[in-house]
Structures are given as structure tokens and as C-alpha cells.
Design a protein around this ligand. Structure first.
Ligand code: UDP
Length: 346
């Protein structure tokens, strides 16, 4: 596979971390990176959308909800990386209560469990959906926050809760606002069931699992009328999480107790839905038929990041920025999964 783990730089200060949602896509890749750097990892996941076999070997696994964090956390933990959440824009419009209950309710419980256990460092998986329809592109962190769907609103509410916790109780926190995460890292990749995200859906067409890809709206105010997104490789994203934790643990204290740093993570390049489909055609050699479909509720026309702050403050250097390379890694992962399924393995 082209996406084989490259071997992480060993951590200067090996720590012990709780990863909520570590059986999911981003959480499993970050857990794998933490372990490769020499940290200890406990994964807390209720397996509602994650997979037991996605939890990296070497992590301690506890099956449970974020609301159960108090059962796991104690003063021996150096920090928490919080991924466990529902993350589908369309579903959040149909069933907003699910997003408030789980994403916001779970985070309230997590923050109080952290306070009680004396665990005072947090990296939070936030999202570009907190900004809504941006007035300017690329989006900087001081852009207006006006989410267009309950998913983004629920993540923004958690960001506000975290800011309050930092001010009132001395938490140190970094919220990382992801743009569109894609690609795979070795045997860790995107496995939603049913699949809802663009690149894995288009790859399913290339695998013969779907007849065509529905293009949700072609009358947006973008060059080809389809939505534009900033696709970021999941391994680049994972590296930012380790840098964020380092910024809170190191002596010079870039993110000291009482501080909440918010950073966008994206490559600064926008690709339309049609450009993504075309890239999949080139990578896979499959014709990938398209079908026009209505706009999906809650979708902004364009989301492209400025990640200057993450570069400046965290020392982040994304290195897998080419869309064809990102798609290639996701394609290698999808084919490896299909081979495993054919062989009768989970
Ligand atoms: N999209 C699409 N067809 C699909 C899935 C997604 O046209 O089957 C579009 C979607 O409307 C959005 C873009 O692809 O404009 C990326 O969607 P995705 O769900 O992957 O990520 P999101 O932007 O919602 O985080």
C-alpha cells in the first residue's frame, strides 16, 4: 500500500492518553500515531459507528459512551483526544436531537470527568462546519461562526463549552477544525456504514458496489456549479493532533493552562465534487457514471481553509497535499478491505 505508516518521531515525553472515538476513522489513525510515537493509549468507543478491529493493537480498549469517561479517567492520564461524535451533515438536519444529545451531552460529561480526575489537556475534533457559508475564502479562524446545519452547531457549542472550561477551571485545549478528511493510513481508513462521504462513495462506484455517484446540486455559485471542499489527508491531520498535545505539554507552554487555541486544518486548495469524481476516474481507470441529484440540506457552496495558524503555532507541515495521492491511498484501502471481506475476515 502507498499509505503505509512511515514511522513516527518518538515523543520527547511519552504520555498516557484517552482517545474517545478511537474505533472510528480519524480516532483510529490518531491512536495509531500516538502509539507509534511511544505513548500509551486507551480507546473509549461505544462502537455505534466505529469498528472493534479498527482499534490499533497496543491500545487498551474500553467499550462505552463518552458519558462513561468518568469510569476510565484518573490522574494518571496526561490528556484526552476527543473524537467520539456523530458527524453527518444530512442526518443532523433530519434528526437534530441526536446531535445535541450525543455531541453536546457527551462533551459536557467528558469535561466534568476530566475536571474531577484532574486531567487538564484536551484536543477536540471540531469542524469547518462551525463557520457555515463563509463570506471570504480561504476561511481564517476569526471568520464569523454561523453553522448551516445542526452538526456544525453542535460542534460549535462544544467549542464554546471548552473555552468556558479553560477560563473557569484552567483547562488547556486545542480545537482542530477539520475541513474534508480523506485518504487512509495503512490498514486504517474510512468505513462508514452506510457510506456517506464523497470519496469513499465514488470509490464504491469504481469497485462496482454502486452504479453511479449522485452529485448533490450543480447550481451552486462555484466554477462548475458543484460544491467545493478542501480535502486533507488523514495522516497529515493526525500529525496535527500530536503537535497540539505537544504544544500543551512542553515547558515553553505555547498553549498553557487556561488557554483554548482554535486551528483550522486544511490544505488551502478547493476541489469541486466533479473534480473529485474526475480524479477517481484517473486513479482507478473506472468511468464512474454521475447522476444529477438535488442539493443536500445544510451544504455550504464552498469550504476552503487557511491553516496558517496551525502552521505558525503548532509547527504543522502537511506533506500529502496532492488530491490524486489522497484518492490513491483511499483506493488502496478500499481494495484491501474488499479482499478481506472476500476472504471472510471482518
Ligand atoms: N456529495 C455528493 N454526493 C455524495 C456525497 C457527497 O455530491 O454521494 C457532496 C456533498 O454534497 C458535499 C461534498 O460532496 O458537497 C462533500 O461531502 P461529504 O459528505 O464527503 O463531506 P462534508 O462536506 O459534508 O463534510
Amino acid at each position: 500500500m502507498t499509505a503505509s505508516p512511515r514511522g513516527a518521531t518518538p515523543a520527547a515525553h511519552p504520555g498516557k492518553y484517552l482517545v474517545t472515538g478511537g474505533a472510528g476513522y480519524v480516532g483510529s489513525v490518531v491512536a495509531a500515531h500516538l502509539l507509534e510515537a511511544g505513548h500509551s493509549v486507551t480507546v473509549l468507543d461505544d462502537l455505534s459507528t466505529g469498528f472493534r478491529d479498527a482499534v490499533p493493537a497496543g491500545a487498551v480498549f474500553t467499550e462505552g459512551r463518552v458519558q462513561d469517561a468518568a469510569r476510565v479517567l484518573d490522574a494518571s492520564y496526561d490528556g484526552v483526544l476527543h473524537f467520539a461524535a456523530h458527524s453527518q451533515v444530512g442526518e443532523s438536519v433530519q434528526d437534530p436531537g441526536k446531535y445535541w444529545r450525543n455531541n453536546v451531552g457527551g462533551s459536557i460529561e467528558l469535561l466534568s470527568a476530566m475536571r474531577e480526575a484532574g486531567v487538564r489537556r484536551l484536543v477536540f475534533s471540531s469542524t469547518a462546519a462551525t463557520y457555515g457559508e463563509p463570506a471570504d475564502t480561504p476561511i481564517h479562524e476569526d471568520a464569523a461562526e454561523a453553522p448551516t446545519n445542526p452538526y456544525g452547531a453542535s460542534k460549535l457549542a462544544v467549542d464554546h463549552m471548552i473555552s468556558g472550561e479553560c477560563r473557569a477551571h484552567g483547562l488547556a485545549a486545542v480545537s482542530l477544525r477539520y475541513f474534508n478528511v480523506a485518504g487512509a493510513y495503512g490498514s486504517y481508513g474510512e468505513r462508514h456504514d452506510p457510506e456517506s462521504h464523497l470519496i469513499p462513495i465514488v470509490l464504491q462506484v469504481a469497485q462496482g458496489r454502486r452504479e453511479s455517484v449522485s452529485v448533490f446540486g450543480d447550481d451552486y455559485p462555484t466554477p462548475d456549479g458543484t460544491c467545493v471542499r478542501d480535502y486533507i489527508h488523514v495522516a497529515d491531520l493526525a500529525e496535527a493532533h500530536l503537535l497540539a498535545m505537544t504544544a500543551m505539554t512542553e515547558d515553553e507552554g505555547r498553549v498553557p493552562s487556561g488557554t483554548h487555541l482554535v486551528c483550522n486544518l486544511g490544505n488551502g486548495n478547493g476541489f469541486s465534487v466533479r473534480e473529485v469524481v474526475e480524479t477517481v476516474r484517473k486513479v482507478t481507470g473506472h468511468p464512474v457514471p454521475e447522476a444529477a441529484a438535488p442539493r443536500r440540506d445544510g451544504d455550504p457552496a464552498q469550504l476552503v481553509a487557511s491553516a496558517e495558524r496551525a502552521v505558525r503555532q503548532l509547527g504543522w507541515r502537511p506533506s500529502r497535499t496532492d488530491l490524486a495521492g489522497i484518492v490513491q491511498d483511499a483506493w488502496d484501502f478500499a481494495r484491501a478491505r474488499a479482499r478481506q471481506e472476500q476472504a471472510g475476515r471482518p
